[in-house]
Design a protein around this ligand. Sequence first.
Ligand SMILES: C[S@@+](CC[C@H](N)C(=O)[O-])C[C@H]1O[C@@H](n2cnc3c(N)ncnc32)[C@H](O)[C@@H]1O
Length: 258
Amino acid sequence: MEREIVEKVKAQFGRQAERYAESRPHATGTSLDLMVEWATPTATDRVLDVATGTGFTAFAFASFARRVVATDLTANMLIQAHRLAGERTLKNLLYSLAEAEALPFRDGVFDISTCRIAPHHFGGVPRFLAEMHRVLRSGGTLVLCDSSTPEDPDTSAWQQETERIRDPSHVRNYSPSEWRRMTEEAGFHVERMSTEHRSNLSLSNWVRTAGNDPTTVRLLRERYLKASPEVRNAFQIRFEGEEIHFSWMLAILLARRT
Ligand SMILES: C[S@@+](CC[C@H](N)C(=O)[O-])C[C@H]1O[C@@H](n2cnc3c(N)ncnc32)[C@H](O)[C@@H]1O
């Protein structure tokens, strides 16, 4: 099952890497600023960015840190990250092809570890968190940000199914309480958590980034048009001419390795 997920991720992101390199919601966003503000990287810090995609989180930390190791399991995403880092003349980045659940690093070698908008694709989030714990030094900092889901099971089920239709490599969005529990169970002390930030999306861009075919786009449009008032409210769905706007809540978390 987990091999199957890994293959789906590689197929999806391998095909769409150039689109992700242009994606504004990934390149910018107040969530990225908050992650840097909370983690306060300094010129001596060794940073690990897991599931870096086309590198935007790694770049944000590289401006302050001594070195950032950017990892991902999709080679094409790392190729785009390398290209974009060159355009930004960032020279303190290293790249490693790696699964989040099996990191190829020795124990305790990083001061900060980060992961943004990716764990919802992981087959084993508890194993990923155990790996983040292992590779951080004692007292090291973990900063996570992922699209989250409401605690209410019905609205959550609508979102999970919508995500899977758009991207077969989607596994699951976790609610804020699930994130807190899993992070603490992995041996971290959660110091800060925010659910104030949202990823603001438009359906046309969202399906373009995923490379959806016209049948899938039609199916998704219908889901949004038929969504219940509770779902519309939870995901701030609004219609503007032909366009559909919506937003996902982000769970952002700062935790200390104990
Ligand atoms: C949306 S992109 C990440 C965005 C990026 N972190 C950013 O801040 O812009 C999701 C990435 O997760 C990677 N990924 C998914 N599952 C993974 C896993 N189990 N291990 C490592 N990388 C994974 C994909 O290859 C893809 O590049």
